[in-house]
Design a protein around this ligand. Structure first.
Ligand SMILES: Cc1ncc(COP(=O)(O)O)c(C=O)c1O
Length: 396
């Protein structure tokens, strides 16, 4: 740890926030307020031209034909699953290590979630485990795979797509955390038949309220989702099926259109900050290339797979004695989070699925070890130094 301590012996900050949206707002304030003013002047608050423009711009950003705005990432997942034809009795396979909505949307669409364990290096769905499941003869009710691009890194879509092709499954991406992420040349949101995005205020592209969107390569599904988000109604007061009110409002769309212009620059800033954390942890001697966070190398750095363009929605390490470290950092007013402390197969509401502790050991180990550190494009070098120095102080 000497280099950090030597370089900045007197450094001491009062606090470091996990996320500071105020700093971003200062950059876009004038443009955002003008966009809000434009919507108020138009008096067109739900769907309409702003939403249609956002849909076109995001479809182009992701390199797909269609995008359908809706009221949240959770609803985006539901729309994608419903339009894919998931219905009662169908299984959809996803990761047990994600936000709740990845699995609850399957239930809401009428399906039954099934899980396969994660790759311990990327925290994403492990194709080898998915293969075990389908080759194990348990796939006759399986209709779709729902990989999550966790923390901003795309899942291994090539391997998953191969399995999907062989077993006639649809692939739906949960890209809620991954706007701007890529695998080789392909953007998150362009690899499955459809993909769900969330613009929850903490996301890399964030609204000032709830908002979401589905991208799709299938025009018929896009049409279907447009009906479903609006009470199954192709035109006023005609209802062809039971949809939902899942419309996106024009104010959020207008704000998102302002911010979309900046998202690649913000993602680059996140990537730079992730590289700086890596470097600081290495210089501090807190890490090794091993797979286990342990006493001699208490921090295991996040891994990026070869073809992935990771956009670091979160910077997540594995930490030895995580709970004590977290308390120590909290005492110094350094923000941290645990995404996610309880794997989905062990959530109380999923008891009926019949999974037990020990079924997905890597997801369960990750839930005990992961720690997300402050990460946002405006995080300063000084703040990062203080975070790493504080972690070094804890382990010394
Ligand atoms: C992986 C993942 N899926 C789905 C969602 C749901 O998005 P929302 O909060 O916009 O409903 C989130 C966001 O929290 C998420 O992180």
């Amino acid at each position: 740890m000497t280099r950090i301590l030597d370089k900045t012996p007197e450094l001491r900050l009062d606090s470091v926030p996990m996320l500071d949206l105020q700093r971003q707002f200062e950059q876009v304030r004038a443009e955002v307020l003008a966009a809000v003013g434009r919507v108020c002047a138009s008096q067109h608050y739900i769907l309409g031209p702003e939403v249609e423009s956002l849909e076109r711009e995001l479809a182009e950003f992701c390199g797909v034909r269609d995008a359908v705005g809706c009221s949240s990432g959770t609803d985006a997942l539901w729309l994608a699953l419903a339009a894919a034809g998931v219905q009662a009795g169908d299984q959809v396979l996803t990761t047990p290590f994600s936000f709740f909505a990845s699995a609850s949307a399957i239930v809401r669409a009428g399906g039954r979630p099934v899980f396969a364990d994660i790759d311990p290096l990327t925290f994403n769905l492990d194709p080898a485990r998915v293969e075990n499941f389908v080759r194990g003869g348990r796939h006759d009710k399986l209709r779709a795979l729902l990989p999550v691009h966790l923390y901003g890194q795309c899942a291994d879509m090539d391997s998953l797509q191969k399995l999907a092709d062989e077993f006639h499954l649809l692939v739906i991406e949960d890209a809620a955390q991954a706007i701007g992420a890529r695998l080789g040349e392909r953007a998150a949101g362009s690899m499955g038949v459809s993909a769900a995005f969330s613009f929850y205020p903490t996301k890399n592209l964030s609204a000032y309220g709830d908002a979401g969107l589905v991208t799709t390569t299938n025009p018929a599904m896009a049409e279907h989702m447009r009906r479903l988000r609006n009470h199954g109604s192709p035109r006023r007061y005609v209802h062809e099926e039971f949809g939902w009110n899942s419309r996106l409002d024009a104010m959020q769309a207008a704000i998102l259109r302002v911010k979309l212009k900046y998202v690649e620059g913000w993602n680059d800033a996140r990537r730079k900050r992730a590289a700086r954390y890596d470097q600081l942890f290495i210089e501090a001697g807190l890490t090794s290339s091993g797979e286990q966070a342990e006493n001699s190398a208490p921090i295991q750095l996040p891994r990026t797979s070869a073809k992935a363009h990771h956009v670091f929605h979160q910077y997540v390490v594995r930490a030895y004695r995580r709970e004590e470290l977290r308390e120590f950092l909290t005492a110094r007013k350094i923000g941290t989070e645990i995404y996610y402390p309880i794997p989905l197969h062990l959530q109380p509401c999923f008891v009926y699925l019949g999974y037990l502790e020990g079924d997905f050991p890597e997801a369960e180990r990750a839930a005990k070890e992961v720690l997300a550190l402050p990460m946002f494009p405006e995080l300063t070098e000084e703040e990062q130094h203080w975070v790493v120095k504080s972690i070094a102080d804890f382990y010394c």
